[in-house]
Unconditional design. Structure first.
Lengths: 317, 779
């Protein structure tokens, strides 16, 4: 079992506001999470689920209310931990008077690097994120995508043990996204641990080794993408039968049939939602009684989006 | 550390990237370039300056009366004047009633003095100014002798020679203390020159100009400009996108806030450094005045900015809005101004004007004088002070009154032998400055009604009363004794003097000259005291202390002198075996009154000036009151310091002794308390109940003023740095009219420590609040 870079146990964060009329919001409600080393770990969740709060607690930007959170073995927010973490916040703002290279110098020194080290590392890094040749330009002249890439570069600059990215491809064009994905993948291949928070399910699906789904301040499900999308009883079943459409439809209750597809002449795939096993048995009995050949039968895997929506809806209900 | 240096470096980058800084720096460079051709050049003085005509009336009298003498400088000079000029001189001495100019003084100087000096300067150009026979009895300087031997003289050399001849001939009336004259040049062309001020008079004005220029450009434009530019630095830092990134780095939140705050100060530091260094270089290169202390203005104004910026920074961290920050700073500045102005106004009214400044014990009770020179007597029935010895209305007003009031104490002295008080009513001379003072008296039997006794022949600022009731009035070169002529008698004598052209002038008939034949010249800022045991006089002037013994014929003889080797002025008093001499440098000598040997020497805190020395009539103790309102007591028998100090020490505005040696001190307001010096026991109190205005001052305004920072007082701090003077002359007196050596002159004592302390405390509190907020806040 790989060592954990992030360990969260029953983490709670309540935001309180108002002076006379105190209001409180449970942003994190007993989150428990374990992020193994050397993996790209995705954090999924709807707006307001508590994803950014969780990241900010891990970095000490927000104080936890209770529970335990450790980053790289240190208490969340500890300076030693922050020294080993690279972070790209959502909607970050790099001071406008800086250029690409002076921004890297600034954030590199903030991370404890010397100016010389930063200057040695910067060219490769800028090339890697696609900003080579623009390092002398003022940040104020950068597009949103370029700023994201520069943000990513500063997060990687001090070669951290853990990179935490909050919506890294936000505002980046498809080409840029692909480029960022490649950078992240190569980082992962190099053994870096990446904790990624994104709305883009496709991105998570493509990059992440493991995913946690956060909803209403608590983790609803964790696992690999495969595990999350694996067939479950709620998944639709596909019956491949040798018959015509009219006969096939009479064998199924209309309400359960999602669609009927022609495979080859006289062979059909019937997609039906039959979560209960006794209903499956009955369908098989009906097919046998009518002499219809059942060529194959299987439950279909969910897409990540389906799995995500299903989990989120469950948590709401 | 590297992280915080990076933040500072980033602030520097931000400042450099700011166009406002570049525009400001370019503006400064242009101004400095425009100022750079200005310069001062120093030459030998060739003209008489107005302030050097110390005794214009005496000079004119000597000139007019000497007209008929044989072969004297006066007679020779008179011959150099044509009829019109002679008439003009006579008219200056004895103006016709319908020809008296209304305006006396003002910014252009006194017109009569100006007329006189201008006429003399015209005369200095005359080649036949020197006549060997006329100057044969005059002691000439080496420089003068050398110039006289030269066969050919240039115009300026001739004027210089004649000026030296004039000052040598009239050394008592004309005092040319500084031989150099200053001219103001622009690109090597003389703009103004020679400036009609001595270098030592010009120096404080010049310093003031530099302080004002630095104050305006740094204290106002610099600070507010910097606040405008930097108001956004902290709010921008704490914007969600930027702060999250910063806090993810291995930095402490508090250090981050403080470093960002310090980074914001870089703008002002750059601005102040360029401006002050530029002025410093300009003064050094162009004017030869390398004022290194000017460089202190950089940290002082950066500190001033920090005080205001701390408010902006905390507001920026809390509200994350630069407009809110800026508005709060302006409100803060306004609040400080309101509190400061209110505090100053109330202090002026309640303490400076109404507060007791002088105490005089009279047989029937106690007399006091307040800051407005009003005399009051204690009324036991009403437990309050009743005004007595009132000045006639319209005797003088406005600037003249303020100017004169600031020059000398108004300290009535009590003569127990005749049960009356004496005081000197200062007047303004027709030629500006002090005129002949009037001796006035008030009799207990007449409810202290003011009775004029006569005008003294020359400037006198001190009255000494002997144990036999003799009234001694020393001047810088003579000693007068009041011999009892009344004002009416003198007026009659003056009338006779006028109609006989001054030959039978009765001025001074009420006063008999009793100085010794070898009376030393004491200079302008002399001090005098009389020993109640034996009526011996102690006179201090020009660094020398003289002991004068009374003689049988009622005059005085010079008994002993001691040279203190200083140019400092001093205050002095003597009582019994010991005398106390407090020099302007802060050195206090307790002396044996017989031998004038120092038995104890002590140094006041740096910058603290003595104001009054007084001795107990029974000789039991002596006291020194300083301008910082502290008291030092010395034992009259041993001459050693007394450890006990009255509780009023630090806020004591007046000190006096009763006839049996009990100490009376004022609390700076309306109360006088009497103490037994040996036991420290309070014996009596005369205190008028205070009004609600005092309560408002004590419980609202003053605490608020104490708690709040005082950034505006840093301007005074700059003056303190530039001049090195902790005790500055009272406001309202222009620097060129100020007599710095006069210890009696009202002074506003400036103590830099509370100003720096209060501002530092405020700054620390604000930064702590900012740090606490930033440390606790979720971003």
């Amino acid at each position: 079992m790989a060592e954990s870079v992030i360990q969260v146990q029953d983490l709670r964060k309540i935001y309180r506001s108002g002076v006379l009329r105190r209001r409180s919001v449970n942003a994190l409600d007993g989150v428990s999470l374990d992020v193994p080393q050397g993996q790209v770990y995705g954090l999924l969740g709807p707006n307001g689920a508590g994803k950014t709060t969780l990241i900010k607690v891990l970095l000490g930007i927000v104080r936890k209310t209770s529970g335990d959170a450790r980053v790289l073995g240190y208490a969340a927010g500890e300076i030693t931990a922050r020294r080993k973490v690279g972070y790209l916040p959502e909607n970050h703002r790099i001071p406008r008077h800086l250029t690409g290279s002076t921004a890297l110098e600034y954030y590199g020194c903030l991370s404890g690097l010397s100016v010389g080290e930063v200057r040695r590392r910067a060219p490769d890094l800028l090339d890697r994120v696609g900003l080579a040749g623009r390092e002398r330009d003022r940040v104020s002249g950068y597009s949103k995508g370029m700023q994201q890439r520069l943000g990513l570069a500063q997060a990687m600059l001090h070669r951290p043990d853990l990179i935490i990215l909050d919506e890294p491809t936000d505002g980046v064009d498809p080409v840029g996204r692909k480029q960022i994905r490649e950078v992240l993948r190569s980082l992962a291949d190099e053994g870096a641990s990446i904790f990624l928070n994104s709305h883009l399910l496709q991105e998570i699906e493509l990059i992440c080794d493991r995913v946690a789904i956060l909803s209403n301040g608590s983790v609803r499900k964790t696992g690999s993408v495969k595990e999350l999308t694996a067939a479950i009883t709620e998944s639709p079943m596909v019956f491949r039968i040798a018959t015509d459409r009219t006969t096939a439809e009479s064998c199924f209750e209309l309400s359960t049939v999602a669609k009927v597809e022609d495979v080859v002449d006289g062979v059909l795939d019937v997609h039906a939602s039959v979560p209960e096993q006794h209903k499956v048995d009955r369908i098989i009995d009906v097919l046998r009684d009518r002499g219809i050949s059942l060529l194959s039968m299987k439950r279909r895997d969910l897409t990540l989006e389906e799995a995500f929506l299903q989990i989120v809806q469950e948590s709401k209900s | 550390m590297r992280a915080y240096l990076a933040i500072l470096k980033d602030s520097f980058r931000e400042a450099v990237a700011s166009r406002v800084l570049l525009i400001a720096l370019a503006g400064i460079v242009i101004i400095l370039l425009l100022l750079s051709p200005f310069g001062l050049s120093t030459d030998k003085a060739t003209e008489l300056r107005r302030s050097e005509m110390r005794q214009p009336e005496q000079f004119l009298t000597k000139l007019v009366n000497g007209a008929d003498e044989e072969k004297t400088p006066s007679a020779h000079l008179w011959t150099l004047l044509n009829d019109t000029q002679q008439e003009r001189v006579k008219n200056l001495l004895n103006p016709k009633p319908d020809n008296q100019p209304r305006r006396r003084g003002g910014l252009g100087g006194n017109p009569q003095r100006r007329q006189l000096v201008d006429q003399l300067n015209e005369l200095l150009q005359a080649e036949d100014f020197h006549d060997a026979d006329s100057w044969r009895n005059v002691t000439l300087s080496d420089e003068n002798k050398e110039l006289l031997q030269q066969p050919e003289l240039s115009g300026p050399e001739l004027q210089r020679r004649n000026l030296l001849l004039l000052t040598a001939a009239f050394s008592r009336e004309i005092d040319v203390t500084e031989s150099n004259a200053i001219s103001l040049d622009y690109a090597n062309a003389t703009l103004i020159g020679p400036i009609p001020l001595t270098p030592s008079q010009f120096e404080p004005i010049f310093d003031q100009i530099v302080v004002r220029v630095v104050g305006v450009f740094l204290g106002f434009f610099g600070v507010f400009g910097s606040l405008l530019v930097t108001a956004g630095v902290i709010p921008r830092t704490f914007e969600p996108g930027e702060i999250a990134l910063l806090l993810s780095k291995p930095v402490h939140r508090s250090y981050l806030f403080v470093t960002k705050f310090l980074g914001g100060c870089i703008f002002t530091t750059l601005y102040a450094s360029v401006l002050v260094t530029g002025i410093w270089l300009l003064l050094g290169i162009r004017m030869g005045s390398w004022q290194h202390q000017l460089l202190w203005c950089i940290p002082v104004y950066v500190f001033l900015f920090m005080v205001y910026y701390s408010v902006s920074a905390v507001a920026g961290a809390v509200w994350r809005n630069s407009i809110v920050s800026l508005v709060l700073v302006v409100l803060f500045w306004t609040a400080l101004q309101v509190v400061g102005v209110t505090e100053t106004a109330l202090q002026d009214r309640l303490i400076n004007d109404r507060g007791i400044k002088e105490i005089a014990i009279v047989d029937s009770g106690l007399l006091t004088v307040d800051g407005e020179r009003n005399t009051r007597v204690w009324n036991a029935a009403s437990s309050g002070w009743d005004e007595v010895f009132e000045e006639p209305p319209d005797s003088m007003s406005g600037f003249v009154r303020r100017f004169l009031a600031s020059r000398a104490r108004f300290a009535p002295v009590y003569d127990s032998t005749s049960n009356r008080i004496f005081a000197l009513q200062l007047t303004e001379s027709r030629f500006g400055g002090f005129g002949k003072p009037q001796l006035i008296a008030g009799y207990a039997t007449d409810d202290w009604e003011r009775v004029p006794l006569g005008h003294l022949p020359e400037v006198v600022t001190t009255i000494l009363i002997g144990n036999d009731g003799r009234v001694i009035l020393p001047s810088s070169g003579r000693i007068y004794r009041y011999v009892g002529q009344t004002e009416q008698e003198q007026r009659r004598a003056d009338f006779l003097g006028n109609i006989t052209g001054g030959l039978l002038s009765g001025a001074g008939k009420a006063f008999k000259e009793i100085q010794p034949g070898n009376m030393p010249d004491l200079g302008e800022n002399f001090a005098a005291a009389i020993n109640p045991f034996g009526n011996e006089l102690l006179l201090f002037g020009k660094g020398q202390l003289h002991r004068l013994k009374p003689t049988d014929d009622g005059t005085y003889s010079l008994s002993q002198s001691r040279d203190f080797g200083t140019d400092d002025s001093a205050v002095v008093d003597v009582a019994g075996q010991h005398a106390v001499l407090a020099l302007a440098s802060g050195t206090i000598h307790v002396l044996n009154s017989e031998t004038l040997e120092t038995v104890h020497q002590q140094q006041l805190a740096e910058g603290v000036l003595p104001r009054v020395c007084t001795g107990a009539p029974d000789g039991s103790s002596l006291a020194v009151l300083t301008h910082a309102e502290t008291i030092l007591l010395f034992d009259g028998n041993s001459g050693q310091p007394i450890a006990w100090q009255p509780p009023e020490n630090g806020s004591c505005s007046a000190v006096a002794y009763s006839s049996n040696g009990q100490l009376l001190v004022s609390d700076g307001r309306l109360a006088v308390r009497k103490y037994d010096v040996t036991t420290g026991q309070r014996l009596k109190e005369w205190s008028e109940p205070t009004t609600w205005v005092y309560d408002l001052y004590d419980y609202v305004v003053r605490p608020l003023w104490t708690v709040l920072p005082k950034p505006s007082e840093l301007d005074e701090f700059v003056t303190y740095i530039m001049s090195g003077e902790k005790s500055v002359l009272a406001s309202g007196v222009p620097p060129w009219m100020a007599n710095r050596g006069n210890l009696q002159q009202q002074r506003d004592t400036f103590d830099p420590i509370p100003v720096v302390r209060d501002n530092v405390i405020f700054l620390m509190v604000m930064l702590c609040l900012g740090c606490i907020h930033v440390a606790r806040k979720d971003y």
